[in-house]
Write a protein that binds this ligand. Structure first.
Ligand code: SAH
Length: 264
């Protein structure tokens, strides 16, 4: 038994977590307490996992905030889900660095900076949580766990059986009843869960498959890495489906594993 004082959860973020982008100045703690979702979900998750990595995770969260992630709900989620549980034992000491890491079968767990950026783009400053979300590319399940704290339902699809099984194992102890793991080719989306309030891809293709656009709700937002023209670089693409049609933005360069067809 250790007698060390336990850090409180969620740790209070310093004022750098508040935004220069016009978001009201409040701490992640305050937001967490206001949110019925986080009141009911975040605490049991943390209680069931132990607190040893809390300080190092809060350090990561402070860095994300300093790098411009302003949505307090995203910062709370990043501080809640224990990323070290999603990587191999040999990589645990790198789990809270802003780096992608191998998860087997040639795939990687996305960088915390990119996961939080994409989650913030999906939320798009809205006050309420997201409805149904589709994630293409479950990998080890980390981003699905983050999304589970920000959305009512998360459907996450993976084309590699080995990783689908690994994600199931990783997520088992977290007991997130709103995460639905699917094995299949995400190129076709998952029509049974459609329409989605948000669609997020963790693998980059030449273009956004039409099925994803079709399965996006009107008022919904899709965020995906897509090859952008010259020099074959990937960029983050945001597509909003408005009553008046599709609105598209191409943002910063990113580096995701390729989106592939079929299952394996
Ligand atoms: N979301 C993960 C990132 C996993 S890497 C995280 O939390 O870090 C991207 C994943 O996309 C890989 O596991 C890869 O196998 C998967 N993928 C690639 N093409 C796919 C497709 N068509 N359907 C489903 N998954 C796909």
């Amino acid at each position: 038994m250790t007698t060390r004082p336990r850090p409180s959860f969620p740790a209070r973020l310093d004022s750098s977590a508040s935004s220069s982008r016009g978001v009201k100045k409040h701490t992640a703690t305050e937001t967490a307490l206001q949110s019925p979702l986080l009141r009911h979900v975040a605490r049991p998750v943390v209680q069931s996992l132990g607190m040893d990595s809390q300080a190092v995770r809060q350090n990561m969260v402070s860095k994300l905030a300093a790098d411009g992630i302003a949505d307090a709900r995203v910062l709370v989620a990043m501080g809640t889900i224990e990323r070290h549980r999603f990587v191999d034992t040999a990589l645990v000491n790198q789990a809270y660095e802003d780096t992608s890491l191998p998860i087997g079968l040639g795939q990687t767990i996305s960088k915390p900076g990119v996961v939080s950026r994409m989650a913030e783009l999906l939320l798009n400053g809205r006050a309420d949580k997201l409805g149904r979300v589709l994630e293409i590319g479950t990998g080890c399940g980390y981003q699905a766990a983050i999304l589970s704290l920000l959305a009512t339902e998360v459907y996450s699809i993976e084309r590699l059986r080995g990783l689908h099984d690994k994600a199931r194992e990783n997520l088992r102890t977290l007991r997130l009843p709103n995460v639905h793991l699917l094995f299949g080719d995400g190129m076709a989306g998952f029509s049974k869960g459609a329409p989605y309030a948000a669609i997020i891809a963790a693998a980059g293709g030449e273009a956004v498959p039409q099925a994803w656009i079709d399965q996006l709700a009107v008022g919904g937002r899709l965020v995906a890495p897509v090859m952008s023209g010259e020099r074959a670089k990937q960029a983050l693409m945001v597509i909003d489906k408005t009553p008046g049609g599709l609105r598209q933005m191409v943002l910063e360069t990113v580096h995701f594993v390729p989106l592939k067809s079929g299952i394996a």
